[in-house]
Design a protein. Structure first.
Length: 280
């Protein structure tokens, strides 16, 4: 089952599903909640990492990851939305939805549900499913309100389960803001100092925070985002490597090619050939 609200005029998308909606994920760059509501683990691939999503768990992830699910069935529940439908920046101060849940760390967080929390999310999912079947002028706003409630519930869980020690909340906020800024500017800003200036921090301060809390350095965050976009463009468009290099902000194609080879151990043509039939 896949139910969608798709406003072509605004480009806004919100969908719920009980199966993996690959075409929406690869084309529309959504944020996602993936809920294992069954009794068996579900195998999920995020980039090169394989993880098991245990029963009564919710994975919060974004389009920044290359996502694949191996063994899903009707017990899987997915909510996905793009920024045109629910802008994470606008609502950040209200529910911190791009904090712990999205863009807050290197690893997509997983929330554990007890019986009471599962019942609450079941109710929200059921009401959402019913609302998708109602077509009137109030549908979009009602769907947005229900999505916000889902986000708030998950944010509260994250605050209890992930931030066990409030001392690192400032660091988490800095990493989140840095990641969001990279998402906005990775095509035009390639230096850590560019983002440090936007954050009113020194590059050294940012580097220290990442060294304590992150698997990647601040520069690697930029490079990883650039390469992810390059992979998408290589696989899902017919654009040549030089044009991709230009669109990603590299005036020197050789510099881009060198970075791509360093990050993937392949040239752009080798990558496209080897992955042409594999969604990434």
């Amino acid at each position: 089952m896949i139910k969608t609200f798709d406003d072509s005029n605004m480009g806004s998308l919100f969908a719920i599903a009980t199966e993996f909606p690959a075409e929406l994920i690869y084309d529309r760059q959504p944020l996602m909640f993936i809920w294992n509501d069954g009794e068996a683990p579900v195998t999920i691939h995020l980039d090169d990492r394989e993880t098991e999503l245990l029963p009564s768990s919710v994975l919060c992830t974004t389009y920044m990851y290359n996502l694949r699910i191996d063994n899903s069935d009707e017990s899987l529940k997915i909510l996905l939305f793009n920024r045109e439908f629910y802008c994470i920046h606008t609502n950040d101060t209200e529910v911190s939805c791009n904090g712990l849940l999205f863009f807050g760390s290197d690893v997509a967080p997983v929330l554990q549900l007890n019986k009471e929390e599962s019942n609450t999310l079941h109710t929200l999912f059921r009401v959402l499913s019913e609302e998708f079947d109602i077509s009137d002028t109030g549908q979009e706003e009602m769907l947005r309100i229900l999505l916000k409630r889902f986000i708030i519930r998950c944010t509260r869980l994250a605050n209890r389960q992930i931030v066990k020690n409030g001392d690192n909340q400032t660091d988490i906020d800095l990493i989140r803001h840095y990641n969001v800024l990279v998402e906005e500017h990775f095509k035009s800003k390639k230096r850590v100092s560019d983002y440090a200036e936007l954050l009113y921090k020194s590059p050294k301060t940012i580097a220290n925070v990442f060294s304590k809390n992150s698997e990647y350095t601040p520069l690697e965050v930029i490079h990883n985002r650039v390469i992810l976009e390059a992979k998408r463009m290589l696989l899902y468009t017919d654009k040549p490597a030089k044009q991709i290099s230009d669109e990603l902000g590299y005036n020197d194609p050789a510099q881009f090619s060198k970075l791509f080879k360093k990050q993937t151990a392949m040239t752009t043509s080798e990558f496209k050939k080897s992955k042409s039939t594999i969604p990434v």
